[in-house]
Design a protein around this ligand. Structure first.
Ligand code: NAD
Ligand code: UGA
Length: 433
């Protein structure tokens, strides 16, 4: 059992803090955001994540999990401090380390004995050294501590499952003592631990996300070729994915990747490479293909309807993926304003993410969590998120509700023959029309 402080109670800090508590540690999750902490103290989750509320409640009740804005106190009481603050994309495309530096200063000025300081946020190579120097400057002279890079690989929508059953943990530590402490914390979650230097651990995180993003852009490029030669990308994907050297995951063609991580992390990796004197052309192409996929959805609806002036379009899905309310870099945030610019009225459906989407899109569209109300009387429908509700659409009913039987499907959810038989103009991604 360890006393742990987690600085930053967002997706990563809240989920990993809760899972460390579930494993029997004494965890305090801290944040500078007073309203987030107040909500958590009232049992209200600031994010939607399956299974999170129950696990938080259980650990708060058995007093293994606490929430506070008093970061100083939490740091002083802890043996291990995790930094899990945001590292958003800066205006120039690099990772913005403002919050990481703030957290390091808070830790330094409250160092009152040996502690292991672990960076869980996704940070550029060299950040471990930066955190170490900030702490050294603000800490009492001679105070011992160690630095660890322990990147997080959870996926939103499956965060608890991923954290309780990790495929691997990566630990880059400045001492064997610190490595052993963090490795022991991971015993309940995985037996696969990759021990590395701090720098390698930092790069592993970006390499993993960039590789997954590359798989997606690769299959999207293949989808674009499919459209030109009359092939079906879902078959191509199946045909290559069964080769275990390739693997079937992350080969789903569509509107491209969104979310709080792939867009920002591919961009940050490009900058890390540039700063090291290397021109990472492959990752540039991955980012370019991804932008092109979003543009294609708008081109496809334009081609189907001729003009969007005076038309009403229903958009199904605001979250960047199912089972989350996260809309950061979601395709809908790009596509809805473009539809508006082209003269369309937009009605948008999402079962969970309307609140978050409204903060970004304001009154650019009408919102509803009723799928069929959204579709009713619209000229065409665009699928942007593969929510189970959308996958399970009653297509006969939808055809009756739509003014024209036009669906542009950015997620390839429906069967081509069935859509043809139902009389739809069904335009998907990388499949014959
Ligand atoms: P988030 O925006 O959801 O949460 C970050 C939290 O940190 C916020 O609540 C913010 O108020 C808090 N914060 C900022 N500065 C602080 C400070 N000085 N002291 C205390 N709290 C502070 O971010 P997130 O999605 O949890 O991501 C955190 C990091 O983890 C990022 O580097 C991200 O790239 C990485 N990551 C995210 C995911 C994911 O699925 N979201 C997965 C793996 C890795
Ligand atoms: C991703 C990684 O999968 C996590 O391992 C990582 O920890 C996380 O980023 C992070 O660093 O934050 P996440 O963004 O939650 O997780 O979601 P994914 O399931 O990876 O999906 C990312 C995007 O790719 C979504 O927009 C999804 O629709 C898209 N995608 C995914 C495809 O277009 N095709 C696919 O085959 C798979």
């Amino acid at each position: 059992m360890k006393k742990i402080a987690v600085i930053g109670t967002g997706y990563v800090g809240l989920v990993s803090g809760t899972c460390f508590a579930e494993a029997g540690n004494q965890v305090t999750c801290c944040d500078i955001n007073q309203s987030k902490i107040s909500s958590l103290l009232q049992g209200i989750m600031p994010i939607y994540e399956p299974g999170l509320k129950e696990l938080v409640q259980k650990n708060v009740e058995r007093e293994t999990l606490a929430f506070t804005t008093k970061i100083d106190e939490a740091v002083r009481a802890a043996e291990v401090v995790f930094i899990a603050v945001g590292t958003p994309m800066s205006a120039t495309g690099e990772a913005d380390l403002t919050y990481v530096k703030q957290a390091a200063e808070t830790i330094g000025s409250n160092l009152n004995g040996y502690k292991v300081i672990v960076t869980k946020s996704t940070v550029p190579v060299g950040t471990g050294k930066l955190v170490e120097s900030i702490i050294r400057k603000s800490a009492p002279k001679g105070q011992a501590f160690d630095i660890v890079s322990n990147p997080e690989f959870l996926r939103e929508g499956a965060a608890i499952k991923d954290s309780m059953n990790m495929e691997r943990a990566v630990i880059g530590a400045t001492s064997d003592k610190a490595y052993e402490i963090i490795a022991e914390l991971h015993i309940p979650f995985t037996s696969n631990i990759v021990k590395s230097s701090v720098e390698s651990a930092e790069l592993i995180k970006y390499a993993a996300n960039a590789f997954l993003a590359t798989k997606i852009s690769f299959i999207n490029d293949i989808a674009n070729i499919c459209e030109r030669v009359g092939a079906d990308v879902t078959k191509v994907s199946e045909g290559i994915g069964l080769d275990s050297r390739i693997g079937s995951k992350f080969l789903q063609a569509g509107v491209g990747f969104g979310g709080s991580c792939f867009p920002k992390d591919t961009s940050a990796l490009l900058h890390i490479a540039q700063d090291s004197g290397y021109d990472f052309n492959l990752i540039k192409a991955v980012m370019e293909t991804n932008e092109g996929q979003r543009a294609q959805v708008v081109e496809k609806i334009m081609a189907a309807l001729g003009s969007l002036k005076g038309k009403t379009i229903s958009v199904l899905g605001l979250a960047f993926k199912p089972d989350t309310d996260d809309v950061r870099f979601a395709p809908a945030l790009d596509i809805i304003p473009q539809l508006k610019t082209l003269g369309a009225q937009v009605k948008a459906f999402d079962p969970i993410a309307i609140g978050e989407a409204k903060k970004q899109l304001g009154n650019q569209c009408d919102y509803s969590d009723d799928l069929y109300e959204t579709i009713k009387h619209t000229d065409a429908c665009i699928v942007l998120t593969d929510w189970k509700e959308v996958k399970g659409l009653d297509l006969v009913k939808v055809k009756r509700l739509l003014k024209r039987p036009v669906i542009v499907d950015g997620r390839n959810l429906f069967d081509l023959d069935e859509m043809h038989d139902l009389g739809y103009t069904y335009i998907s991604m990388g499949r014959p029309a």
